[in-house]
Unconditional design. Structure first.
Length: 77
């Protein structure tokens, strides 16, 4: 997560360096870079969580996690 924060900080600085009126093409590239960084961070988190879920969590803990992740608003639902 710290790595993600560093990457996103750099991308935000890069976006700000475009000035107050970036072109549509610059906006699209900037957005794509930020989405890609978020996707990469999510992959690392989900891989770690999957390992924890399948190897270390008790069934009750798994059930609780299942309920939390099924809740409206979680994971973009």
């Amino acid at each position: 997560m710290r790595d993600y924060d560093v990457v996103m900080s750099k991308l935000v600085q890069k976006r700000r360096a475009l000035g107050p009126t970036p072109t549509a093409a610059q906006n699209l590239v900037s957005y794509q870079e930020m989405v890609a960084a978020r996707g990469e961070a999510l992959k690392h988190i989900s891989d770690a969580f999957y390992y924890l879920y399948t190897n270390d969590m008790l069934p009750e803990q798994q059930g609780n996690a299942d309920e939390v992740f099924a809740s409206p608003g979680v994971m973009g639902q």
